[in-house]
Write a protein that binds this ligand. Sequence first.
Ligand code: AMP
Ligand code: ZN
Length: 121
Amino acid sequence: MNCIFCNIPPEAYVVENTHFFAIKDRAPVTKGHALIISKRHFQTFFEVSPEEILYLREIVLLLKAALDDEFQPEGFNLGMNCGRHAGQTIFHFHLHIIPRYADDNPDEKTGGLREYIQDIL
Ligand code: AMP
Ligand code: ZN
């Protein structure tokens, strides 16, 4: 299939389980920015099956442990762009895991994703 995420080589996997794998984002917004990608081709979270959701939880925890080990982040943003109008550019399920650090938010701004979305609208 002509889909970038259907063609990621297993050598690029940071962690994997039965239904998902994680890779480093090629354009990280923070140190360690990674993507959890489904092994099955579908577009958004709304199509995750009842079985897959259990594996999604597991791989989030696996990836968090790997990122904690390598980068010691102080927080995380988890995000999904579901649909073109929500910013999705690759139409194969992926969950952004974005490590956050005290020094990437020197003003201690609150709001997280809400603040980011308000900024661009
Ligand atoms: P989205 O805008 O939510 O669809 O996000 C797509 C993400 O995939 C972006 O953060 C890209 O930097 C990332 N990306 C695209 N192609 C690749 C690739 N081949 N390997 C790793 N990350 C990729
Ligand atoms: Zn795909």
